[in-house]
Design a protein around this ligand. Structure first.
Ligand SMILES: [Zn+2]
Length: 79
């Protein structure tokens, strides 16, 4: 969407298309998305860093094996 603006004064008036700026996003609109992605990141951090042994939510070792390389890259203790 573009807005038109008159330029050139009264003698040589003409309209030029100016691209419209995006609407500013308020903190109130941003907060639910920040909470949502924060929870997703914490869940991901849990599965990468703590999903094993007694703290395991999912039975077996497949989650641990699936995130094993990420675990070492992020320096979580493993084996
Ligand atoms: Zn390991």
């Amino acid at each position: 969407m573009a807005a038109s603006v008159a330029v050139g004064g009264a003698r040589a008036a003409r309209e030029v298309d100016v691209p419209a700026l995006p609407r500013p996003v308020s903190a109130g609109e941003l907060l639910p998305w920040a909470l949502f992605f924060g929870v997703l990141l914490l869940l991901l951090l849990y599965f990468v860093g703590a999903e094993q042994g007694a703290a395991s939510l999912v039975g077996g070792h497949w989650v641990h094996e699936f995130v094993h390389d990420a675990r070492h890259v992020l320096a979580f203790p493993c084996h």
